[in-house]
Design a protein around this ligand. Structure first.
Ligand code: DLL
Length: 427
């Protein structure tokens, strides 16, 4: 269908590329990375043992612990003179991960990001405002690299700085906003506060880096006057943003199966889940040089979306990222995911999209408080009844009780990075 960057591969062509990439990756890792070589030898495996895609299941896993062990340049598989860049994760969970890139890795990544702009419907006449962190974090570099490669106009504002942000938005007539979901909300509320809606020419948002709720998305789409918005996924370990993007059909995230293999595994048994079931995303890179990934356990949870996509693209899809296995909190022995709390709150139109979970321990007993906000323009009169109703719904869904506090709209912290939804004060 005439895409410049998005590939159009038949199932056979894709499988052929995956097998060639898998063989290359395993050979490269075995020959050039002592940590991988050791793992292979321990399992009695040699690169020549990979003869078909089914052999992937025989390969050892790689985990965040492997990255920690190899810190600061984990899994390095090329001589240092071939490394042209490093990036680090945002470090929201534990120690920052540092990953190295060769020039080829950077080129692969810019192609991935160009695919995202193409899939989001951008043209070279679009003006793309990039409102994410530049520097160690992959976000700014990735959006910028891909935008230039794609050929649209980059407006590299970076995170925060709302004054400059809205000035560039209005004066340069940005058509595309790239940000975290939290920053999209922050920008939207700022545009609203300043009454700039009529001056904004935005058509679309490309937002990601953290889970979002439908309510949050509706809110920034509406306030920014977006015609559409697209969830972008990615992680430092696998280049950065742009490992996949939602298409206009909004039925899952297309991912680049010609550049990495995605397995969805049961985190306990490490076997594939049934088709369409939720499991952990495990990724194997197919052409990554500096730090190849073999069956890397991302801890992100999602499921595969079956069947053909209405958009016509022949690239497989996964659902949006539903959370991380390490997001789980245990309150009085009950497992709770923040996403479950968000889901309950989403049922109440009286509430905004924002929430914060606060965990405390008093005399050995756990307490969960959930702070929520009234939706904009709602009077505070019914707060008590609302808190009670939300608390009951939460108890029913999560099987644990929570003290719900309804706050003013805008009272909870807003951020331009990734929102912290859980404050665990139990230690
Ligand atoms: O967050 C890369 C990125 C930047 C993606 C900008 C999209 C936009 P890290 O800091 O390494 O990289 O964090 C990666 O963030 O494993 C997921 O848990 C989470 N994550 C990323 N995108 C999404 C998303 C960047 N669209 C970790 N929805 C991943 C939900 C996401 N979670």
């Amino acid at each position: 269908m005439g895409h410049r960057f998005l590939p159009d591969l038949s199932a056979d062509e894709l499988a052929e590329r995956q097998l060639a990439g898998l063989k290359w990756t395993v050979g490269h890792a075995f020959a050039n990375c002592p940590a991988y070589e050791r793992k292979f030898r321990e399992m009695g495996l040699r690169p020549g043992d990979v003869k078909s895609l089914d052999d992937l299941a025989r390969l050892p896993f790689t985990s965040v612990e492997d990255l920690r062990e190899g810190y600061p340049l984990p899994l390095l598989s090329v001589p240092e003179e071939d490394v042209v860049r490093i990036h680090g994760s945002s470090g929201t969970t534990g120690k920052r991960k540092i990953l190295a890139y060769t020039q080829k890795d950077i080129d692969t990544w810019k192609g991935m990001m160009a695919r995202c702009y193409e899939l989001a419907g951008c043209t070279r006449l679009d003006r793309v405002q990039i409102c994410v962190g530049y520097g160690l974090w992959t976000a700014g570099a990735g959006f910028q690299l891909g935008c230039e490669h794609f050929g649209a106009m980059t407006l590299p504002v970076g995170p925060g700085m709302l004054d400059i942000q809205v000035q560039i938005l209005a004066d340069l007539g940005a058509t595309t906003l790239c940000s975290t979901a939290s920053m999209a909300l922050l920008m939207a509320e700022e545009v609203e506060k300043r009454g700039l809606r009529g001056k904004v020419r935005l058509q679309r948002g490309i937002f990601g880096a953290e889970p979002h709720t439908p309510k949050m998305r509706e809110r920034f789409e509406e306030l920014l006057g977006l015609k559409d918005s697209f969830d972008i996924v990615g992680m430092t370990e696998l280049y950065g943003p742009g490992t996949g993007l939602e298409c206009a059909a909004h039925d899952g995230v297309h991912y680049w199966a010609d550049l990495y293999i995605l397995e969805i595994l049961d985190p306990e048994t490490l076997r594939p889940v049934a088709p369409g079931e939720i499991g952990e995303m495990v990724v194997t890179s197919l052409c990554k040089e500096a730090a190849p990934l073999i069956r890397y356990r991302t801890r992100d949870l999602t499921r595969l979306v079956e069947g053909d996509c209405a958009c016509g693209l022949r690239l497989p899809r996964h659902d949006k990222i539903l959370g991380r296995s390490d997001d789980m909190i245990i309150v009085r022995g009950v497992n709770v995911y923040p996403g479950q709390v968000a889901e309950v709150l989403g049922r109440f139109p009286e509430l905004s999209s924002e929430y914060q979970i606060v965990l405390t321990r008093v005399e050995g007993k756990d307490y969960m408080a959930v702070n929520v906000e009234r939706a904009e323009g709602r009077a505070s009169g019914g707060d008590e009844a609302l808190a009670k109703a939300v608390g009951q719904a939460m108890q029913k869904s999560l099987l644990v009780s929570a003290a719900v506090k309804v706050m003013d709209h805008g009272e909870l912290p807003r951020t331009f990075a990734k929102s912290r939804r859980v404050l665990d004060e139990r230690q």
